[in-house]
Design a protein around this ligand. Structure first.
Ligand code: 5GP
Length: 261
């Protein structure tokens, strides 16, 4: 089999060169990391679930005109995506206080925010993805003022869409992180949603029980991560319990990250 060129390896995904120029293959690993990789475990089946959940969400976004990088799912662990120039900013949208917002501002977890809040973090693992202001983004040239306007408008659209999608299946969208990139089509550049949207990058609480159905189960050592992701997939109607989570696609057999706790 022809060896594919690896373009980038992140904490939970690998990007390979795609079959045609301007495309990439996004591979979902089973690695779960938290606290800037200080906590690291392999969670069997997580990659397959995230691939399917993210596919579902990106397809729905395409249907309602939210621009994004997704082309198609290839197999249980991989999807074909458009190559974009990633903007080095994590865009976080919050509806309910939790996580670092609660820690930073002393707002009790679970308090409904007066309105949705958008935050930006600089994507830099060595620095622990620090919170930054628009001033930093424009001063250091990570994005222009016009691009920040587009990023915020897109983030709000994604929040409205995701909030409705999850509310419809009895899940509260507490907050989420998305990444965006620049996509050129016929000399025209536009900002599109990239990366993934999954329980790894969202806080999802059961509407009735407030049970956590996201990566906080791993961060807080609550256990039952795959079961929670599986429940999200089931409610979205995309993956039944008896489907193999390992699937038929390529499986990552080793990880050279020894930061396991
Ligand atoms: P917090 O800042 O409270 O830790 O996270 C806010 C939201 O963004 C949560 O839904 C969290 O899962 C997501 N998030 C923040 N940073 C990252 C990251 O580096 N990776 C992933 N997958 N999600 C993140």
């Amino acid at each position: 089999m022809k060896k594919r060129r690896r373009i980038y390896e992140g904490k939970a995904k690998i990007l390979y060169e795609g079959p045609e120029p301007g495309t990439l293959i996004q591979f979902f690993k089973d690695d779960a990391t938290a606290f800037n990789k200080k906590k690291h475990e392999i969670v069997d089946g997580k990659g397959v679930l995230n691939n399917r959940i993210s596919e579902h969400i990106f397809k729905q976004m395409t249907r309602i005109g939210i621009p994004n990088h997704f082309i198609k799912r290839i197999n249980m662990r991989e999807q074909l995506i458009k190559e974009v120039e990633i903007i080095p900013i994590e865009v976080i949208v919050r509806n309910i206080a939790a996580g670092t917002l609660s820690e930073r501002l002393g707002i009790p977890e679970g308090e409904v925010l007066p309105r949705s809040i958008i935050e930006f973090c600089y994507k830099k693992d060595e620095l622990g993805d620090p919170l930054v202001a628009e001033e930093h983004i424009t001063a250091f040239g990570w994005a222009s003022p016009q691009e920040i306007d587009d990023i915020m408008a897109l983030a709000i659209r994604v929040n409205d869409f995701l909030s409705g999608l999850f509310a419809g299946i009895g899940i509260q969208l507490v907050d989420f992180k998305i990444e965006m990139g620049r996509l050129w089509e016929n000399d025209v550049m536009r900002i599109v949603v990239a990366d993934e949207i999954s329980p790894d990058s969202c806080r999802l609480w059961d509407l009735d029980t407030q049970e956590k159905m996201d990566k906080d189960r791993f961060r807080k050592g609550l256990g039952g991560l795959v079961e929670a992701y599986q429940e999200v997939a089931n409610r979205l109607g995309i993956m039944q319990k008896n489907e193999p989570q390992r699937g038929t696609g390529p499986v990552l057999v080793s990880s050279n990250d020894d930061t396991k706790e």
